[in-house]
Design a protein around this ligand. Structure first.
Ligand SMILES: [Zn+2]
Length: 475
């Protein structure tokens, strides 16, 4: 470096967020809004429960996560293809999938104030294993055993109705002009159905052979009674799914590979700390499933909870669609000449949950030698919303501004999301970029005009190096 700037030059101690201060979910929520990552949905109208909008920094991070997912699950695989199916589907799809009959949360109503509670979740708080897959009789038996311990969170009474399944599917009137809602077309309760519907199309039109997989990122909607915990449980969500089709009983070994691959993706591609991840095996399996695991992330305030499910689903999905559609969905094996319904190994990630995990994992508060603290988002550079921030050292020197604009436009053309930042002193700019995870800040000063070099400051080490503009552009 030829010259030190009159600005902050520091070496930070690597104090992790855990040691320094326990980060709470509310810290992440307010940070996400303040720095343009996630806004409450319909904010100017006071918000709408369970809906969120991604801001300029948020959409970049979200898209980068999606790109990393697509790369790992489609581009780097020789046995996967991608699709993008329509959100709306034939109403029979949701009958075949079991969503019309069974996609429900067990709710009970307070007889005093009419507030509804999710009985399985209340039981979980008491340490009782229960979920929405139990039938009404099973959940009511558990509920009755613990009624004394469950209070209405609104009025404090303990007088509830029996638990009853409340269907989560969201209805629309798309294509229904009767005005009577006789043929409701549902919004997707889960995104993966589009993959099953296109299994035959893909086999008929693409050079695929079993075992192979189909990947898709799609939206889903759920009439959650109590959306909560920010992006963790929302009414509109996005899912990144893969369905891997294997020959009957060829599931076990492939399932282990898939589990390992998905774990490695969180650690290596997203850079999530291994200690914040763990596996959870399902105890209550749906009747057709052979095995089911969740990858859980240690969310601030919430603790470990599901970010992705990895499921061994046997031949249930295609069997159902074959039955309901009347179309033969069996696979004709060109080698053995056998015909069979493939078994399916599924991975299903909640995109919002993954986004929240990435954000929370990267969010770090550090103490600098000066005693000041800085917030820094330690994202992998590939995931950072802004690749480079570019500033002139002084914004009232036209020659510096002009040169800085030139570098800015050249970097922007190459990398896309590059930010112009000339507000406040250099120290403040660095701090602002640290907060949104920008890996490099580029400063144009008077030396630049002489020798075409710039200062490049590293987010994590805060070290600064001098580099030729041509070298920077060739990075
Ligand atoms: Zn009540």
């Amino acid at each position: 470096m030829s010259k030190l700037h009159p600005c902050f030059v520091g070496i930070c101690y690597n104090i992790s967020n855990m040691q320094e201060k326990k980060i709470q979910l509310e810290d992440i929520v307010s940070f996400a809004k303040r720095r343009g990552f996630v806004y409450p949905g319909s904010d100017i109208y006071g918000g709408e429960a369970g809906l969120y909008d991604f801001g300029p920094n948020g959409v970049e991070l979200l898209n980068n996560i999606k790109k990393a997912w697509w790369k790992a699950n489609v581009y780097e695989r020789d046995d996967f293809v991608g699709i993008d199916s329509a959100m709306f589907k034939h109403p029979r799809v949701w009958e075949a999938s079991g969503h019309v009959g069974g996609f429900s949360d067990p709710l009970a109503e307070c007889r005093n104030c009419h507030h509804r509670i999710r009985v399985d979740k209340e039981l979980n708080i008491l340490g009782v294993e229960a979920d929405e897959k139990l039938n009404e009789e099973q959940i009511n038996k558990l509920f009755d055993e613990h009624r004394d311990e469950i209070k209405c969170p609104v009025c404090g009474h303990k007088d509830f109705t029996a638990a009853k399944g409340f269907n989560l599917l969201v209805k629309s009137n798309l294509g229904d002009f009767t005005g009577e809602g006789k043929r409701p077309v549902y919004l997707p309760g889960e995104a993966c159905q589009g993959i099953y519907l296109n299994f035959k199309n893909v086999v008929d039109t693409m050079p695929v052979k079993i075992p192979f997989g189909i990947a898709q990122i799609g939206k889903a909607f759920r009439n959650e009674i109590s959306p909560r915990n920010f992006l963790f449980r929302t009414r509109e969500l996005e899912q990144a799914d893969t369905q891997y089709f294997v020959a009957p009983h060829k599931n076990k070994e492939a399932f282990e590979h898939i589990k390992q691959r998905r774990w490695d993706w969180y650690v290596n591609d997203l850079g999530i700390k291994q200690e914040n991840l763990k596996w959870h095996q399902h105890e209550n399996l749906v009747f057709y499933a052979s095995d089911a695991w969740d990858i859980e992330y240690n969310y601030p305030s919430l603790g470990f909870d599901e970010v992705e499910g990895v499921h061994d689903r046997t031949d249930y999905d295609l069997t159902q669609h074959m039955k309901f559609s009347g179309v033969d969905l069996r696979y004709h094996d060109p080698v053995t000449n056998e015909k069979y319904i493939p078994w399916i190994l599924e991975t299903s990630m909640g995109m919002g949950r993954c986004f929240l995990a990435v954000l929370a994992d990267a969010y770090t508060v550090e103490t600098l030698p000066s005693g000041e603290t800085r917030t820094v988002l330690k994202l992998k550079p590939e995931l950072a919303p802004v690749k480079y921030a570019v500033s002139p050292l002084l914004k009232n020197k036209p020659e510096l501004v002009e040169k800085a604009r030139e570098v800015f436009m050249a970097l922007k053309k190459k990398h896309g999301n590059v930010m112009w930042d000339d507000n406040g002193n250099i120290g403040k700019r660095y701090r602002r970029q640290d907060e949104i995870g920008t890996p490099y800040c580029v400063v144009i000063d008077f030396d630049t005009l002489e020798d075409d070099t710039v200062t490049i400051r590293d987010r994590d080490t805060t070290e600064q190096v001098r580099e030729k503009i041509t070298t920077l552009l060739a990075r």
